[in-house]
Design a protein around this ligand. Structure first.
Ligand code: WTA
Length: 654
């Protein structure tokens, strides 16, 4: 059953409803509930016709023989026989018409430096970068790891890979050296693209040094490309002759022209590692044609994108949101977008609103965690800025509690802007459940209705339809993951075994209300969503047990006022060993080293034992009760009920 978090409790009393503003609906791509319903019904009744028609809006080198091939399900094939290229559709396609010199990327660095690249500029820069990659021996199918701050070269690197058919795997710049090494080794990356450093909260974080550390023990990497961002200050950047290349030197004499690789529909586009229920992150595979179409179409309809919009997604390209809704979705739609490098409170808590005002942003897409932080910082920050350019707001990554939704609606949206609460995953490629902004009446905290072609169901463990239970998706859609890199069995076991291979299992709990709207209730597995970042409790547990003094550990997620969920670690120490602050500090350092600082637990509690069933299974439900200060649930199945009472006392006293 769904993990109880506060959003579940508060949403069950929520009955406010907001119709799309008539002015918004009048100009929207989809301007009424009836239009949405008609398109939706068509997309479900004849998905192949629906997707084939949408695909005509994009460029293909060769058209498809079939739209959907289910013969090797769950390894679905979309647009078999077709060839195309994502970079062509994001860049080259726009050069013939009025978008040639339209701003593609309006970039602002944390220290306040800015750069603007038009589509023509992006074409030039990507062409040179792609030729540079070819020069160092990168070719179609090779894996390229990208570990960069939010600078324009991050987008250029992704597009350059797509252009030559190299498979990119972007690693969020908050990950540690160990995490980089694991990912690079898992996919056998040949090249890493990084920077000397990047700005965060007024400081330069060294990235190249972390990569150097990571590459001790990563034999597959032959070349490293370094973007100069921090200019060696305060970190001198070690340079390994023969392996390392400065980006600016590599590209300076390259020709602009670099023909796009003709990619088969199911050729791999990228890998993105995400957490699951075991200690080992999984490399989610996305391929070319289906992902391309799905990000293109969701971008167009869910953000109601128009040529004059100034779009801003505050995610990092290191997560799926940045892949789909910074690089591929917006650029296929020839959007003008803002990219910001740094923290929302640098130099002060008004930075985001200053950026909205400065560039007259019209669409703003962020995470509930950020919204809760803005709420806490106070209304005076947004009030100091003119936010009247905004016409649409979005949220993603975790359930949004109604209080945060209402604040967003009132203070940022001036009760005028629709809010799209988009539920989706790394695995789904793009939006799955979300309001369609000109058509769907919204409810605070509710992801509402399915996107076109998406048929959700709420099921119990046996596959029977229920009002509250586990979310399932009945039919494949173009953006669905195609596998887990190197582990087809794990792919089947994780996503397709729950109901005998019939439906996709996303791992979230959900409930349907009287209007048929779907409310997401949080994860039903051992994945915790901290500030919108997925962390497997097993990942942390396997870090802790590596410490020589630790016998066992159990990590649970609990509600957190700002982060949505926080992590609480219960750790048992080998008898006779000290459990003190020194050990606590060492365990935190191990998390920093193995995963990254963002995965640090809120609290680490030492205990002599953990509550277990007679068969030896740790009862996490009871640990969650303890961490949330709740009445303890049923303890009769425990091998030793005394353990849990002692733990509870200890927790309250600590
Ligand atoms: C959660 C992020 C409620 C959910 C795009 C999902 C959400 C996981 C929402 C995927 C939302 C994402 N409402 N929960 N609007 N969006 N989630 O792979 O638990 O980083 O399974 O993709 O985030 O996280 P991921």
């Amino acid at each position: 059953m769904p993990q109880e978090n506060y959003s579940m409790e508060s949403v069950s009393h929520e009955n406010r409803k907001f119709n799309p503003h008539p002015d918004f609906a009048a100009q929207a791509h989809i301007g009424s509930a009836a239009d949405y319903r008609q398109m939706y019904e068509r997309s479900i009744a004849d998905p192949e016709a629906f997707w084939a028609e949408a695909a005509e809006e994009l460029d293909w080198f060769k058209k498809w023989d079939s739209v959907l091939d289910e013969s090797e399900a769950p390894f679905f094939k979309w647009f078999s026989g077709a060839t195309t290229n994502l970079c062509h559709n994001c860049v080259d396609r726009h050069l013939a018409g009025p978008n040639r010199n339209k701003a593609a990327l309006i970039w602002e660095g944390e220290p306040g430096d800015t750069r603007v690249l038009t589509y023509q500029d992006v074409y030039r820069e990507v062409g040179k970068f792609a030729n540079g990659l070819k020069q160092i021996g990168i070719k179609k199918g090779d894996r390229v790891a990208i570990y960069l701050p939010m600078v324009p070269e991050l987008v250029l690197a992704v597009l350059a890979c797509a252009r030559i058919g190299a498979v990119h795997t972007v690693i969020f710049a908050g990950f540690s050296a160990d995490s980089i090494r694991d990912r690079v080794n898992d996919c056998g990356a040949k090249c890493v693209i990084t920077a000397d450093g990047g700005w965060r909260r007024g400081r330069v974080l060294s990235l190249k040094n972390t990569v150097d550390e990571a590459l001790k023990g990563a034999e597959s990497v032959t070349d490293v490309v370094i973007v100069k961002r921090a200019h060696g200050d305060p970190f001198p950047c070690h340079f390994k002759e023969g392996r390392d290349h400065w980006y600016h030197r590599l590209v300076q004499d390259q020709p602009i022209e670099c023909p796009c690789e003709e990619m088969e529909a199911e050729d791999m586009l990228f890998l993105l590692y995400t957490s699951g229920t075991t200690g080992k992150p999984k490399g989610i595979i996305h391929t070319t044609a289906g992902y391309m179409l799905y990000t293109y179409l969701t971008m167009k309809y869910i953000f109601d994108l128009k040529p004059e919009d100034v779009y801003w997604c505050t995610a990092d390209v290191g997560w799926i949101t940045g892949h789909s809704y910074i690089v591929y979705g917006p650029m296929q739609n020839a959007a003008t977008q803002i990219i910001y490098e740094g923290a929302p409170n640098e130099p002060d808590e008004g930075r985001f609103w200053e950026i909205v005002e400065k560039y007259r942003a019209t669409i703003f897409y962020t995470a509930p965690t950020a919204i809760r932080a803005f709420m806490k910082w106070g209304d005076q920050w947004p009030e100091q800025h003119d936010l009247s350019s905004l016409r649409l707001l979005g949220t993603v990554g975790e359930p949004i509690n109604p209080e945060a939704w209402m604040w967003y609606h009132r203070v940022i949206g001036a009760e005028r802007c629709p809010i799209v609460d988009t539920w989706w995953q790394t695995e789904t490629g793009g939006h799955m459940l979300t309001p369609v902004p000109g058509a769907t009446a919204t409810k605070p905290g509710c992801a509402t209705v399915p996107f076109f072609g998406i048929e959700p169901a709420i099921l119990d463990d046996d596959g029977a339809e229920v009002d509250a239970g586990i979310l399932a998706i009945k039919q494949p859609w173009p953006g669905i993951l195609r596998g887990i890199y190197g582990d087809p069995q794990r792919f089947k076991d994780t996503y397709w075994c729950k109901w005998g291979g019939k439906y996709y299992f996303p791992g979230d709990g959900a409930r349907r209300d009287e209007d048929g709207y779907i409310w997401i209730l949080g994860r039903v597995d051992d994945v915790v969503n901290v500030s919108g970042h997925r962390i497997g409790t097993a990942e942390l547990e396997s870090v802790f047990v590596e410490h020589k003094d630790v016998a066992e550990s159990a990590v649970v997620g609990v509600p957190h006022e700002i982060k949505g969920q926080g992590l609480i670690a219960f750790v048992t120490v080998i008898q006779g060993r000290a459990h003190d602050d020194k050990l606590r500090t060492e365990l935190v350092e191990m998390v920093d080293k193995s995963i990254g600082k963002f995965a640090r637990p809120e609290r680490i509690l030492f205990s002599s034992d953990l509550p277990k069933t007679r068969s030896g299974k740790i009862m996490r439900r009871l640990l969650r009760d303890i961490a949330e200060g709740k009445e303890l649930g049923n303890t009769t199945t425990l091998a030793d009920p005394g353990v849990v009472e002692q733990l509870q006392r200890q927790y309250e006293e600590s």
